[in-house]
Design a protein around this ligand. Sequence first.
Ligand code: MLT
Length: 259
Amino acid sequence: MLPAIHDSGTGEAVLFLHAFTLDASQWDHQVAALSDGMRCIRVDLWGCGASPPPPNGEPTLDGFAGAVLAALDSLKIDRVAVVGLSMGGYLAFALWRRAPERIRALVLCSTRAGADAAGFRDDRLEMAERVERERSVESIVEPMVARLLSPQAQAEAHIVDPVRGRIRRCTPAGIAFAQRAMAARPDSTALLASINVPTLVIAGTQDAITATPEVLAIADGIPQARAVELDCGHLSNLELPRTVSDALAAFFVPATMSS
Ligand code: MLT
């Protein structure tokens, strides 16, 4: 089943993959900044944004990665640059595992290569069961906001209110799918050395979900990677939209996009 696809602009294709509890609109600023010269493709995870509910069966990011590749096929797009933040980064690793020949460059923001520790996995499964039991995502809105955004961003209504809105647009089924799929994801550390495309890694120094050293370790493991540290929380592209859009524009120079 195809996810909802948002297709803006013309040029070389860039695929944007959103974080947990958000949706494709997380990337609005970057798409506005880049779509004059690039074709910006975004997908919503099943049960989030405009996507249909998750399909039956084992929830895996690998399964969703297959749906993302099918979405690219439906658009007749062969190769893309992939930009993923957090869960979007986990998905980028799943795409690399399945179809590295389709990826021409990578941007990995606030994400990690390792799998979850056991306690973390239990917390995910508990949240999945809770939202399904409550048939609502309301109980996770404020705890997620507190983890996703730095204290100063939480005080900025124009940043925090749209984040709350996006969380509320996720369905319990979408949240449960994402948490179970993230809990089941494999360790991607051994994959890093095989990533042979230009890669930009972006870390937030106030990230409460993914510690800066974990993010920077990705750049250490990928031969052609460079890293940028920004003074922000987990959602760097929403806290510092212009800085992240400029970093992407500079990274996607013709040299990165050729071949
Ligand atoms: C995300 O922002 O995508 C998630 O918080 C990542 C995670 O829970 O590991």
